[in-house]
Design a protein around this ligand. Structure first.
Ligand SMILES: *Cc1c(COP(=O)(O)O)cnc(C)c1O
Length: 378
């Protein structure tokens, strides 16, 4: 018997209650039932993003939502500073480049976090920047950037809009949009929301909306002005991804029942247990400032793809390293619908894989280190 465990930083497992809700017969997206569901969803999203602004739901993945954030609030001749440090941080600069913008890519070594001092230098050299993009929890490296401190530097040095990729940070780390003065927050359904892939979210501040009409990039499907107008009436501009929205209503209800603080604390505990587990097995964590969403594990002297394949054969699916980290790391996801037993399962499979390649460790030591963290947290 092989049980399937998805332990990746997206897509993440979906709660059976959510799966059942999404299996309900189709309803029409212009009917009253959909409007009522969507109104509840819009309230729930504002709660989760901690904002008074509208949070728009789009039928696309996180990348589409981020593209919308860039093209609706900047001009072609504008300068955009993209804070790097990983695949996703760098991607936002690539999108702006594709639209012909002037992009300043702030280099951050993968595995390290961006520092306020380094950002201040970049912004002092480019004070006329119109948007700064930042990936809060960098899923490719497992780093959580010091978001609040970086935002303060942007505010102090420029008048730029701040767009934050919170795709693996929302509900996982503290990220109060209004309190921290973030202009644009982007999320996606298949990460912390624990929904199937297919929905992107963009929360937009008033300050950002003021720039929407000046923006001169070509846009049609991703014209957020159309969505703002439609969604304020509990409609979507085009056909809504009805089943995903129905699932989202259930997810948001469960998130509210757990509470934001508890949800963040749960992720912090799962992340800590994972890190202590892998370190107890003689492996290393990669991130300078580890995220609560994913743990990137360094395996000196071992081939991570062999470990990942062995675990997969045992029914436990983890993610390999990204790009140049492929030969030295793998990633354990712990965001969304995860609990203690998932982490113990992951470490159990990891121990079996390590044993199969002759790695020297005390059997049970990884599982035991994680369990210690759980028992210390009531
Ligand atoms: C997954 C992810 C994305 C991209 O999402 P897609 O759904 O593949 O478009 C962007 N940023 C971060 C931090 C992610 O984890």
């Amino acid at each position: 018997m092989l049980k399937h465990h998805l332990i990746t930083p997206g897509p993440t497992p979906v709660d059976p209650d959510v799966l059942l809700a999404m299996a309900r017969p189709m309803i029409h997206h212009r009917g009253a039932a959909f409007k009522e569901i969507f109104q509840g969803v819009r309230d729930g999203l504002r709660w989760l993003f901690q904002t008074q602004s509208d949070v728009l739901t789009l039928s696309c993945t996180g990348t589409g939502a981020f593209e919308a954030a860039i093209i609706n609030f900047t001009r072609r001749e504008d300068t955009l500073v993209a804070i790097g440090g990983g695949k996703f941080g760098e991607r936002w600069g690539e999108i702006a480049q594709a639209y012909g913008m002037n992009v300043i890519a702030m280099n951050v070594e993968w595995g390290q976090h961006a520092t306020p001092e380094a950002l201040a230098k970049v912004l002092e050299a480019n004070p006329d920047v119109s948007m700064v993009t930042l990936c809060a929890s960098e899923t490719s490296t497992g780093v959580y950037h010091p978001v609040k401190e970086l935002l303060e530097v942007v505010r102090e040095k420029t008048n730029a809009l701040i767009a934050v990729d919170a795709i693996t940070a929302l509900g996982v780390h503290e990220l109060p949009m209004d309190e921290w003065g973030i202009d644009i927050v982007v999320a996606g359904s298949q990460k912390a929301f624990s929904l199937p892939p297919g929905l992107g979210f963009v929360a937009v501040s008033e300050r950002a909306w003021e720039r929407a009409d000046e923006a001169d990039h070509p846009r049609y499907y991703l014209d957020l002005r159309k969505e703002k107008k439609a969604q304020s009436k509990n409609q979507t501009a085009f056909t809504a991804a009805v089943s995903l929205v129905i699932g989202l209503e259930v997810v948001l209800g469960k998130m509210r029942a757990e509470g934001l603080e508890n949800m963040i604390a749960r992720h912090a505990m799962l992340a800590k247990a994972t890190r202590e587990g892998v370190v107890a097995l003689g492996l290393e964590t990669f991130a300078s400032r580890p995220a609560n969403s994913v743990t990137t594990v360094q395996v000196p002297g071992l081939d991570p793809s062999v470990l990942v394949s062995k675990m997969k054969a045992d029914g436990v699916f983890m993610a390999g390293g990204q790009d140049h980290l492929k030969d030295s790391t793998f990633r354990i996801g712990h965001l969304g619908f995860y609990d203690e037993s998932d982490i113990l399962t992951a470490l159990c499979a990891l121990e079996r894989a390590l044993q199969s390649v002759g790695h020297d460790f005390i059997p049970g030591s990884g599982v035991s280190a994680a369990q210690k963290v759980f028992l210390e947290n009531p």
